[in-house]
Design a protein around this ligand. Structure first.
Ligand code: TYD
Ligand code: MG
Length: 455
């Protein structure tokens, strides 16, 4: 008979403690220990002999020059955006964790992939009944032949079914609902999440079958459960976007097989998620209205250029302390830009409320949008419209100088393709100006931006 006992787990690093204490002795975080009942049995992981697997990995050490792999190794899904965010497709034997807020569309995205992928897929759901999944699947894609659904939360039972079904891809919705027989604490607890993930990793590595896990997020926005979960898996994807917004953004936070800068954009529709292959079109709103306070910036997300619209509202402060509020842009950077405008260009913005918004619900870190932020603020402050066919790419320095940005040629080409007629960039950018049909306006200092915009 196994003895049950309680221990305390740190929710940050997953370390086990015998007694409760205020600070985790391992990661030094405060108030992260939670009590859990665990059963001490001989702990076993995935032990099935998965004879149906095509390429079984031999656990003996092998000299690196002797390790072989097939060239066409990634599984392509029908979603180009999903493939790109993963760095070209799903790598066999990898463990992918997809996190996101409730209702954002995680289950829809993965069901859609499962229905349309040409590999045999087992979709295990601990969240919804078979009928619920069927209703959703009917709306998305009716003619799927390779997709099997299992409603189960016990990992041992799941592994049994896997041996019978022999899928080539496993999807689990969600890791917080799983539980293993070897641990007694409730599903969703730190020890269950760790143990179930460890079993799935072992399964994936031994059978070379990729596993995609859905993970809930906690109120701080990180994936619920121990932080070590993110260290254990190969890829961490985040599905985000305002729930009331139509667009959803898929980002990778960690990727052992590709870059983490890629971004995929989807739109939630009645028949599931639609990919947005040309995102600049949706990020620029109200192209036809003449309103002050908007400017178009060219930004880079991974390998891709995006045109985003910056909106600013500058108004006289009603209360003593002026408000500064940003959506999608770093608020400290906004303060810096306001100070530069005040000091170098003589605009008295200290007593004004400034609101800044990047449309489309995305957030941008690229400093190249600084110039458009300046333009939008000045446009709103002076109430003069910026012409719709101008876009901006430049970083603003503390002395008011406009600095060059990376991949300027790619940005210019994208602007040209989208029909912009003029682009304002730093005069230090190294480009071959004769090559483009778009007019290039070069600026050195913030004062020059003012004269370009308002004559
Ligand atoms: P869901 O995928 O269940 O989100 P998650 O698994 O991240 O919690 O559902 C997301 C929302 O999308 C849900 O509220 C209903 C909506 N939806 C559509 O608008 N169209 C559709 O075709 C589907 C399947 C869902
Ligand atoms: Mg779901």
């Amino acid at each position: 008979m196994a003895t049950s006992k309680t221990t305390y787990f740190c929710q940050n690093c997953g370390t086990q403690h015998a007694k409760w204490q205020g600070q985790c002795s391992s990661c030094k975080e405060w108030n992260t220990l939670v009590e859990e009942v665990i059963q001490k049995k001989s702990k076993t992981d995935w032990q099935g002999d998965y004879s149906n697997s095509k390429t079984k990995i031999n656990p003996k050490p092998i000299a690196i020059q002797d390790i072989t792999y097939e060239k066409t190794q990634r599984y392509k899904t029908v979603s180009k955006e999903f493939n790109r965010v993963l760095g070209g497709g799903i790598v066999p034997g990898s463990l992918i964790l997809l996190g996101g807020e409730p209702g954002i569309g995680k289950s829809t995205l993965l069901l859609q992939i499962a229905l349309k992928i040409k590999y045999k897929t087992l979709y295990v759901s601990g969240e919804e009944s078979l009928q619920q999944i069927k209703m959703r699947a009917d709306r998305i894609f009716k003619d799927s032949k390779n997709c099997f659904i299992l409603s189960e939360t016990n990992t041992q039972n799941i592994f049994q079914q896997i041996e019978k079904t022999a899928p080539e891809l496993l999807i689990v919705d969600s890791i917080q609902t799983l539980h293993t027989n070897y641990i007694e604490s409730s599903p969703g607890s730190v020890s269950q999440i760790k143990a179930c993930t460890a079993e799935l990793i072992k399964f994936a590595k031994q059978t070379n079958i990729p596993v995609i896990l859905i993970g809930h997020i906690n109120k701080e926005g990180s994936i619920a459960g121990p932080k070590v979960l993110e260290h254990m898996v190969d890829v961490v994807l985040q599905f985000e976007g305002d729930r009331n917004h139509m667009y959803r953004i898929l980002r990778s936070h960690k990727n052992r097989f590709g870059s983490t800068h890629e971004l995929g954009i989807y739109e939630m529709q009645g028949e599931g998620l639609r990919e947005i292959l040309n995102p600049s079109e949706i990020l620029i709103s109200n192209k036809n209205t003449d309103l002050s306070g908007t400017a178009i910036a060219s930004t880079l997300e991974g390998m891709r250029t995006l045109m985003v619209e910056i909106q600013a509202l500058v108004s006289t402060a009603v209360y003593g302390t002026p408000q500064r509020s940003t959506t999608g842009y770093n608020s400290k950077r906004l303060n810096m830009i306001l100070a530069v405008l005040e000091k170098r260009a003589g605009f008295k913005l200290g007593a004004k409320d400034v609101f800044l918004n990047i449309t489309g619900g995305i957030s941008v870190d690229d400093p190249a949008i600084d110039l458009a932020v300046v333009a939008a603020i000045l446009s709103s402050n002076e109430d003069i419209t910026i012409e719709k066919n101008i876009c901006f790419a430049g970083e603003v320095g503390l002395t008011g100088e406009i600095r060059p940005v990376t991949k300027i040629e790619q940005r210019i080409l994208e602007a040209e393709k989208l029909g912009f007629e003029k682009m304002v960039i730093s005069s230090h950018s190294k480009i071959n100006a004769g090559k483009y049909s778009i007019a290039i306006e070069k600026v050195t200092k913030i004062e020059e931006v003012v004269s370009i915009l308002f004559g």
